[in-house]
Design a protein around this ligand. Structure first.
Ligand SMILES: [Mn+2]
Length: 195
């Protein structure tokens, strides 16, 4: 059985439709209304080998905050739903990804507990129409909803576009590792018996 989820979330600030497939890449089709975020979600899915479609309409006349944060929330909900009972999954993922001069480490634990550590100095205030400070808000929304420990550390770099790109690529690859079903894992990968 394929692990997938489809979520629609409508508020006064954003309308989001998102579909996620953990087991078959299929389509990647992202339209958030924010060019740089589309670029990031596309490469998150590509390097995580996830099927991902996102259609979002948000209050971009305000700024990019609500739309970006809410897509993070819905993406986290989709992972949690698609993962179901988490039987046999690796649970942990750890990846280092360079992007030219920038290097980022992302470590995740699909523990059932939410915690974000976000350590990155994003010096350019804006990339295209997206404020760079919303990158942390995106991952906070994601970590809260997927109920995972998400530790993001950009170790170094110069170009803010490269730094954020290495964050999303490393996150995609770390999530791929964590959701992978390992036949050697019997039941739930926790001595507590639940995740
Ligand atoms: Mn790029």
């Amino acid at each position: 059985m394929m692990r997938s989820a489809e979520i629609t979330r409508n508020t006064a600030e954003t309308q989001i439709q998102l579909s996620l497939n953990l087991d078959e890449q299929g389509t990647i089709d992202i339209d958030s209304g924010i060019g740089y975020l589309d670029h990031m979600l596309t490469l998150f899915a590509k390097h995580g080998r996830f099927g991902l479609t996102v259609k979002a309409k948000g209050d971009l006349y305000v700024d990019s905050h609500h739309t970006t944060e809410d897509i993070g929330i819905v993406l986290g909900q989709a992972f949690r739903e698609a993962l179901g009972d988490k039987v046999g999954i690796e649970r942990y993922g750890c990846q280092f990804v360079p992007m030219d001069e920038a290097l980022t480490r992302v470590v995740v634990d699909l523990s059932g507990r939410s915690y974000l550590v976000f350590d990155a100095e994003l010096t350019a205030p804006k990339l295209g129409t997206m404020e760079t400070e919303v990158v942390e808000d995106f991952w906070q929304g994601f970590a809260d909803q997927v109920q995972a420990n998400v530790h993001i550390a950009n170790l170094y770099g110069r170009n803010t576009h490269h730094k954020i790109e290495s964050i999303f690529k490393a996150a995609g690859r770390a999530m791929r590792q964590a959701v992978t079903i390992n036949p050697e894992i019997k039941g739930i990968n926790s001595t507590k018996g639940s995740l």
